[in-house]
Design a binder for this molecule. Structure first.
Ligand code: CS2
Length: 508
């Protein structure tokens, strides 16, 4: 199933390349699939097989395959062939390194097929409409959903416009999901379970709304069928996954004795919560440690606001302070204290959890995970796509704080730091990795560091700052102060000043 002429990036001559044939030659340290890959069947299609999917979901499915051979994965890259080309010579196998004092190395065998949507539309359509396919999962990052600032499908997005004109060969995830469901309806098959594994707020229902809006433009009958029959559970996914670099490839080759073009790494901690829904063909999630819950919203919100909100805060402040990794940022007392106070005083009051003390324990475990000395998690990686991440991670908390009359002095600091990051990148002439880069780069070049001049320029980005928020005086004032403090004193001193601000101070 996995065939390619290309040999993929990475390995050089010397050690044998990881593959079905060489798997047994690897060092005993390498844990191998505890099932016969040749006897597995594909039951899941996954869109967006980046590092997170391969370190998280594919790891769980690898374990499911030990008891259920129908759980192999067909991975679909929407546009690029790089993963297919790297893993085809390896029969889809790759190494997962769990970082810890003594790391674990496993060969993951769950991915049995890799397709590229842009090259093989018919094959993807066949897979989606195969009777064996009962689940479709995805990790395409926030921008892959083609949503507007209000979280609705953006019909002006070029991929959505393309897909409505060419529905049989879509470019977007939403187009693919609708295409697959349309084919299944035509064939008299039940819909697949759609499991969104991205850090979106209310991820399942948000995706469902987008697919229904798209389907309604195509065919009201299809939209009605999806509305009645398809399920889109909420999920919470968690595991910190630093990007693959050459040092990981070298480390894997030395430890396993096998070259791997694209290994992945993550912390040992891994968590997946899936909403309980009534849908046939689901795996025995709980058998591999996946939590099935009626109330995923509380988990999801706590994770997005505490972990991802703190991560983005450390990323922008840390990069402005010239730091490189999350662990380094945590080693700077002003940043560590700032982030901890932000979590306790500003984020936690917006969260509700069933057990008393659960939030404090969760926060402490997040801070410990950020300090993990075995990880070199680049702040620049977290800083990607800020225009998409910040509304989900921080602006929602700010909106709640404003509603509750809670000060937003600290909460505006990460937003101000992102703006200063845009300014810094533009001045350094370093490309900004963000779907809004074409707007952010020229905007960055106009920035002076003066809040009165710069804030109105950012407020033109209505997809990031809804007009009601931009017009809210308490928000604009606190943001201007944080922005001015970073310009005048630098990120560390500005974080320290905000930490010292009195949590309960009333704001007119
Ligand atoms: C990070 C996340 O890159 C980022 O933006 O905040 O990928 C984070 O590591 C994961 O959500 C942890 O589960």
């Amino acid at each position: 199933m996995l065939t390619s002429a290309a040999d993929g990036p990475g390995p050089g001559p010397g050690r044998p390349r990881l593959s079905e044939r060489t798997l047994e030659c690897g060092s005993p340290q390498l844990l191998r699939p505890a099932y016969r890959r040749s006897q597995t069947r594909i039951g899941t299609v996954h869109f967006g097989p980046g590092a997170f999917h391969r370190a998280h979901q594919a790891f769980y499915f690898d374990r499911l395959l030990e008891s259920d051979p129908t759980r192999a994965i067909c991975a679909v890259s929407l546009k690029t062939a790089s993963l297919r080309d790297a893993l085809a010579p390896q029969d889809g196998l790759y190494t997962l390194v769990e970082l810890d004092e003594s790391p674990t190395l496993r060969a993951i065998g769950a991915i049995r097929e890799i397709l590229v949507g842009a090259e093989s539309a018919a094959a993807v359509g066949r897979r989606l409409s195969d009777p064996d396919t009962s689940i479709v999962t995805m990790t395409v990052t926030e921008k892959g959903y083609c949503l507007d600032g209000a979280g609705r499908l953006d019909f002006a997005h070029p991929d959505i416009a393309h897909d409505l004109a060419h529905p049989e060969a879509p470019h977007s995830l939403v187009g693919w999901l609708a295409r697959g469901l349309e084919l299944r309806r035509e064939r008299g098959l039940a819909p697949y379970l759609v499991v969104c594994c991205d850090n979106l707020s209310d991820n399942g229902p948000t995706l469902r709304r987008a697919v229904l809006a798209y389907a309604a433009r195509r065919d009201a009958g299809l939209a009605g069928w999806i509305e009645n029959a398809a399920r889109f559970p909420r999920t919470m996914v968690d595991s910190i996954t630093p990007a693959t670099d050459q040092s990981l490839r070298d480390r894997v080759a030395r430890a396993t004795g096998l070259e791997d073009a694209w290994p992945v790494q993550r912390e040992r901690f891994v968590q997946w919560v899936v909403e309980e829904v009534d849908s046939p063909g689901q795996p025995d999630w709980a058998s591999v440690g996946i939590t099935v819950s009626r109330d995923v919203t509380a988990y999801e919100r706590a994770k997005l606001r505490l972990l991802n909100g703190a991560h983005s805060s450390l990323a922008y402040l840390g990069l402005l302070a010239g730091l490189e990794t999350v662990a380094q940022a945590m080693g700077e007392p002003p940043l560590r204290t700032f982030v901890e106070r932000l979590m306790i005083e500003d984020i936690e009051p917006t969260l509700t959890v069933p057990q008393a003390g659960a939030l404090a324990a969760y926060r402490q475990s997040i801070l410990r995970r950020f300090e993990n000395p075995a990880m070199r998690h680049q702040l620049a990686q977290i800083a990607w796509d800020g225009s998409q991440k910040l509304p989900i991670r921080i602006l929602g908390t700010i909106a709640d704080a404003l509603r509750n009359g809670h000060p937003v002095t600290r909460l505006t600091v990460p937003i101000a730091a992102w703006m200063q990051f845009v300014r810094m990148r533009a001045r350094q002439d370093i490309a900004i990795v963000d779907p809004l880069a074409a707007q952010l780069t020229p905007l960055g070049l106009q920035l002076t560091g003066e809040a009165a001049h710069d804030l109105p320029l950012f407020f033109t980005l209505s997809g990031v700052f809804p007009p009601t928020l931009a017009r809210e005086p308490r928000f604009a004032r606190a943001l201007a102060e944080a922005y001015g403090n970073i310009s005048a004193q630098g990120a560390l001193a500005a974080a320290a000043a905000a930490t010292a601000s009195v949590a309960g101070a009333a704001q007119p």
